[in-house]
Design a protein around this ligand. Sequence first.
Ligand code: GAL
Length: 852
Amino acid sequence: MKLSSFLLQLTVFVLSCLAFSLANAGNVTYDHRSLIINGQRKLLISAAIHYPRSVPAMWPGLVQTAKKGGVDVIETYVFWNGHELSPGNYYFGGRYDLVKFVKIVQEAGLYLILRIGPFVAAEWNFGGVPVWLHYVPGTVFRTDNEPFKHYMEKFTTFIVNLMKQEKLFASQGGPIILAQVENEYGYYESAYGEAGKRYAMWAASMAVSQNIGVPWIMCQQFDAPDTVIDTCNSFYCDQFKPLSPNKPKIWTENWPGWFKTFGSRDPHRPPEDVAFSVARFFQKGGSVQNYYMYHGGTNFGRTSGGPFITTSYDYDAPIDEYGLPRFPKWGHLKELHGAIKLCEHALLNGEPTHMSLGPSQEADVYTDSTGACAAFISNTDEKNDKTVEFRNASYHLPAWSVSILPDCKNVVFNTAKVRAQTTVVEMVAEDLQPSVASPDKGMKALKWEIFVEKVGVWGEADFIKNGFVDHINTTKDITDYLWYTTSIFVSENEAFLKKGSQPVLFIESKGHALHAFVNEKLEASASGNGTNPPFKFKKPVSLKAGKNEIALLSMTVGLQNAGSFYEWVGAGLTSVKIEGFNNGTVDLSSNAWTYKIGLQGEHLGLYKSDGMDNVNWLSTPEPPKEQPLTWYKAIVDAPPGDEPIGLDMIHMGKGLAWLNGEEIGRYWPWKSSVHDKCVKECDYRGKFMPDKCFTGCGEPTQRWYHIPRSWFKPSGNILVIFEEKGGDPTKISFSRRKTSGVCADVAEDYPSFELEPEHENGNVGTKNNAAILLNCPKHTRISTVKFASFGTPTGTCGSYSKGECHDPKSISVVEKMCLNKNECAIELTEENFSKVLCPDATKKLAVEAVCS
Ligand code: GAL
């Protein structure tokens, strides 16, 4: 064979191999503009859903709701301490079935971003790092430290190999397009000195050496090496620039709400502002945007961190804790995603031109070689609406908003104009029903069994020691609870005994919470909070002549999850004194203290559902109320229907709850202060911070505790509660989370186009009239139209009222189109409504309807 013909054949062979591999493997590369998947540029909307924060039965639904919301990618952390229970002992069952989760995402046709960490923060216990690692001698987390690096590399490799084995990386045809190592280390690196820098570089190269065939990212890593992509986490990332001009602009955490801590208020981020931040990001050249969280879910069991993070991790996310789309946020963002996708081709293939349209108004215009043109026009003025001129047309821009023009002419979406429906969501109480399967079936009243914990050391003491030990070093977090007990002898000569007055107990603790018992009586409870875990308190207590038993139950409420050297913070008592003796103050701090780790009920496994523990439970005709340290058990039926379930704990104190041995989590209906600041309506305009829009002042931070439907059996469900300080178990109830109504209000001037994906590349189809779309939950219909007014109605869902201008036909028009329908659309046309009415006003249609 001639050399030239051989070379030709070789070339053909090589090219065909290349073509084959390109077609079959999801090759993920990137340039300055975007990720390139299988040779195609991508503009990606990503949604964080953390698999252990829901249950496998919810995963397909959550992923589908995300997909329906216009999401392309699911993003999750990997939760090291949920997987590696002790060194080398791995768990991937139940909520921790990572492979199953990734495959569900794959089957839905979505991509996945795997943030391995394995330090993750995430308001998750100890930031995801196993507590046992803190006790491997010589370990310091997240620095150039041999044991830490050893275990981190071992776990990272384990996860990577598991994903490879299941062919889950895009390079193998799987859905994983990016992987993350570490998490926001840039903020803490300098606290670790030179070793911090060495660690960050080591983490990057350790990751890259795993050969996963897709790029690695590091978020908020301000010195990331060129081998990884540095990404942004913030409420806004439009101004973010990756370190290198060859890297695409990726936003790993856009927080569409915020987390809650027990005792605090409920933060909300308005949908208009979330949409604004996303639109600004894509306006300014962004290519991947992830909502952290899209579904926050639940911190089941003792998985929450903080300390003080609530069991709910709802996050005010587009899908609520219970798995229902949150309206209008979910709907508004869905429309935003549709609008952005209409611009995708021009955005990714066009050269941007920037135009100033005023002091705080600008346009970014993307025109590609085919002539397709897309534009984003923004008004970043926090107060004033503005009308701007753009390409010989004028556009009205509400304050703090972005308009999207997929053809550089027609506005299909403005971030401040919410036309998506909102819903009326209720928690409908359902009394606990005695189970038809329970031994006392047929009985009307629920029967409770109880187990009362001994105050102080039960069984044998774990150890006695002079002075205090650190709480976490002692429990190693196998339990929240640690007893510190001692005694004090009071002479008959003490003046307070004679006067009948009370000495004062003065306690200081590193955190997190405490119940103080004197002679078996609960005398005081105290705690720190999410901003300041340590606490001290003084409380007058009753002492008798002779020996007095002091039993202090110290508790953790989730271990710290971030910060430099956070694993050393510790918890527990630091000082115990009693003031008011004849000789002044008695300091008990260096007394001999007797310690007991955990509760007897935990030791006996009272929460388990195997029915083996019947000997320990005591049947009671009437369960005791307001009694500390009491376990309660009842056998109940599942509430009817298919709505999600919350356990209403408003009449209880603080403790833990289980159903059928599954851990519901910590409950604590601790009320925030009525004197705190809350808002009735949140002004979306201006930069958002978590303290901007609180609700729930004077209410429990968390009243309801999610019990996934899949944990219920048809009957014979074992509900177990451990109550620490006292409550009324007869008032515990289930609640069904029910969408009972829908509302929407849309003005005539709201943009309205067909936003179907078929209209790609700037072809936005025909302009429709503004319209209202109402959609009741599955299996329900609009049964009543409670309110409808075309004109100048005011108020919000639940409080609409007619304005000066009102078309009397409004109700009948809406009824005709919507009654008895699951969904309906009402256009603001002349056929439907009287447009001559109050001609100078911009009219709107507001509707509230009942779904049943
Ligand atoms: C980020 C962190 C996340 C999460 C978030 C707040 O700093 O990377 O893991 O903790 O803050 O919800």
